[in-house]
Design a protein around this ligand. Structure first.
Ligand SMILES: [Zn+2]
Length: 247
């Protein structure tokens, strides 16, 4: 059994027994791992205290010989990199939403260094967001990156069914999760699962407009659409989606 060392972000932590935790970590070069952190809830531990979502640092673990069993976390040198996230409620909710979706869409032991870097950048960015529109823009951009990295990037610049590219976007378009993208007027009738979206929303999704450039209502509509899409993909609403649907 060999010890592995890598940068890690905690996606989820569950208490286990009086003193231990079971943690899900996204590591940069080794993908998602599930690990037992023995004694993590003791005041003095090899993990700098209890491990919470957003915990970041150098992790050391012993890989389990069986894919069904948890790895054993032996050390986590925590850095306070994302600690400020907890001081801004909407940024924290967006960060937790990003963690939840990352856990749902990443396969264990499947490394995606670019996704790790994108998640770290998104959390860094969120710690500095003051306005809700900026929070939404960062969340949306990360959600699209996650879909790219998972190999299921939706088609947002043409009809996902017939490939037609409109020179100018019609005022109203449709999006279908089953088609994995936009639908043109000629194709939308063949799909029962679809949702009407505005051209401004399609533009916000397609160009990943920053908060400075996209009207707030287009960002809000785009985030609602992504929540709809993630719900279809997961077969259930993500837990954190409720913080972003009522507005
Ligand atoms: Zn079409």
């Amino acid at each position: 059994m060999s010890t592995i060392k890598d940068q890690a972000i905690c996606l989820r932590a569950v208490n286990y027994s009086e003193t231990s935790q079971v943690v899900t970590l996204l590591t940069r070069d080794h993908g998602k791992i599930g690990a037992m952190a023995k004694g993590a809830r003791r005041a003095r531990s090899a993990f700098d205290g209890a491990i919470e979502p957003f915990a970041y640092g150098q992790a050391m673990w012993i890989a389990s010989p069986s894919a069904q069993k948890l790895d054993i976390l032996t050390e986590l040198v925590q850095s306070p990199r994302f600690r400020l996230l907890r001081t801004n409620l909407s940024a924290m909710h967006a960060g937790l939403f990003a963690l939840e979706l990352t856990e749902a869409f990443c396969q264990s032991h499947d490394p995606h260094p670019a996704l790790f870097d994108a998640l770290a950048a998104a959390l860094d960015h969120l710690t500095r967001c003051q306005r809700r529109d900026s929070v939404l823009a960062v969340l949306m951009d990360y959600q699209l990156t996650l879909l790219d990295e998972a190999g299921i990037a939706p088609v947002l610049d043409a009809c996902a069914n017939c490939g037609m590219i409109a020179k100018t976007l019609p005022r109203e378009l449709y999006f279908s999760s089953a088609a994995n993208g936009l639908l043109c007027g000629g194709c939308e009738q063949s799909f029962s699962e679809k949702r009407r979206i505005s051209a401004a929303c399609a533009a916000a999704l397609n160009r990943r407009l920053s908060a400075e450039n996209a009207p707030g209502n287009a960002l809000s509509e785009a985030e609602h659409l992504l929540i709809y899409h993630f719900t279809e993909l997961l077969g259930r609403p993500a837990k954190m989606s409720k913080y972003f649907v009522s507005r």
